[in-house]
Write a protein that binds this ligand. Structure first.
Ligand code: MG
Ligand code: MG
Length: 273
């Protein structure tokens, strides 16, 4: 069942998304080699609770933390712990959700720390760009498959990376995960017709190597089977006529990491570094 949102409801989702990005920006100011997933998780939770909101992931399906923190070959759903200490050259994918005023916000960003190889920086840039190519298709009258096709074509055909199939984007609103599923792969002109008021999280997960993943023994962390790095960027958007409304704001994060010498820049759109 797809719930189409009113303008007022979209505004609530935007407020939740902005708080997500404020939390991710604070993470962007703090993150560096030598600190742990637990430390950035506490930072994000403090930002969220200081605004009178709740972490959107904590407790949901039994997930124990505010952030999903997934390093290098970890694709998504990594649990932040004190033992998870970041090293120079890591890429750290941080996914955050907020629940406020009855609505969820959801956004993710991969932070390249220190001396990341050019090969892996390119993975981050291409994944980030693919997100915007997907968003360009999130307009009224198009179909869901247009989004997936745009992402997959750019990532796999043009760059030879692997788009993860097992995890997908989603509708979002009063629930974190609503219908429809938003695949990062697909065929043009197929799937649900996009209408104004549809709010979705678009979130390509892209593997440097093969697309296959498996879930590790902790029951949460999804890893690339070939153990090569994986990147993840996510926006919540509202389908509209002509151009999608991006409800989350990665500029806040990009500005934050511009002041952090430990993070290599990844731009907001296709133009990077
Ligand atoms: Mg997310
Ligand atoms: Mg999501």
């Amino acid at each position: 069942m797809i719930y189409y949102k009113t303008e007022e409801e979209i505004e609530f989702i935007r407020q939740s998304c902005l708080l997500v990005c404020k939390a991710l920006a604070e993470v962007g100011r703090q993150i560096r080699p030598g600190i742990s997933g637990k430390e950035i998780d506490e930072t994000a939770e403090t930002v969220i609770r200081d605004h009178g909101a709740k972490p959107g992931f904590k407790g949901l399906y039994g997930f124990p933390a505010t952030l999903c923190v997934s390093v290098n070959e970890h694709v998504v759903h990594g649990i932040p712990t004190g033992d998870q200490v970041f090293a120079d050259g890591d890429i750290v994918s941080v996914d955050c959700g907020v629940f406020m005023n009855g609505f969820f916000g959801d956004s993710a960003f991969t932070f390249p720390l220190g001396d990341v190889s050019e090969e892996v920086m390119e993975l981050c840039r291409v994944t980030n760009t693919s997100l915007y190519l997907g968003i360009e298709q999130a307009i009224a009258g198009n179909r869901l498959g247009d989004i997936g096709f745009a992402i997959q074509n750019y990532v796999e055909k043009e760059h030879g990376y692997g788009v993860v199939r097992d995890l997908v984007g989603h509708g979002i609103g009063r629930e974190l995960h609503e219908d429809p599923q938003v695949q990062n792969f697909g065929k043009r002109g197929r799937g649900v017709k996009l209408k104004e008021g549809l709010t979705i999280a678009i979130e390509p997960m892209v593997n440097l190597g093969r697309k296959e993943v498996w879930t590790s023994k902790d029951g949460w962390t999804v890893k690339a089977k070939d153990l090569k790095p994986s990147a993840h960027y996510e926006h919540t958007v509202a389908v509209a006529k002509g151009e999608a409304m991006i409800l989350s704001d990665h500029q806040l994060i990009v500005d934050a990491i511009a002041g952090n010498p430990n993070v290599k820049p990844v731009g907001v759109k296709a133009v990077n570094a």
